[in-house]
Design a protein around this ligand. Structure first.
Ligand SMILES: [Cu+2]
Length: 158
């Protein structure tokens, strides 16, 4: 009898674990960058990232989403990639590097001109309107996403 209870206990723990397990929860929409000329060495990448945690079974009532962070971006088209934001310094808007962007459940992180953006330094070649290039986003060490960034006319959105 004791043995049966033990087995049942293990089984229940297993179910609880499966219920709380989240699946893919990020939707990355319309990554884009403005086309550049040969004299422009830098560019910025914009997109929106929506987080909505999905569950393999039902969402547990006591589910508390832990913060997620976009910590790094990589691409071969530039020598250096940084996460940037804009801040006001008096009347002047300035760019500043940030360590990460926080992504909370049921929220959308927007990267846009004059706001958060992924900065590309020292482009290896101009970004041609109509082209696409690959980029990898890191949401922590073991959660990476490969995306394609569309190059659009400056001022336009894809
Ligand atoms: Cu910047």
């Amino acid at each position: 009898m004791k043995r049966i209870l033990m087995i049942l206990g293990v089984f229940l723990v297993g179910i609880n674990f499966a219920t709380a397990k989240t699946k893919n929860s990020l939707t990355i929409e319309a990554p884009y960058a403005y086309g550049t000329t040969s004299v422009q060495k830098n560019a910025a990448v914009f997109m929106s990232i929506h987080r909505e945690d999905q569950f393999e079974l039902d969402q547990p009532e006591d589910y508390e989403a832990t913060p997620m962070f976009l910590t790094k971006a990589e691409t071969d088209v530039a020598e250096r990639v940084e996460l940037h934001t804009h801040i006001m310094d008096g009347d002047v808007m300035m760019m500043r590097e940030v360590e990460h962007y926080e992504l909370n459940n049921d929220e959308t992180l927007t990267l846009e001109p004059m706001g958060h953006h992924i900065m590309l330094f020292d482009l290896k070649a101009p970004l041609e309107v109509g082209a696409e290039f690959p980029m990898t986003l890191y949401f922590g060490d073991d959660n990476r996403r490969d995306i394609m960034v569309k190059v659009v006319k400056p001022g336009e959105t894809p």
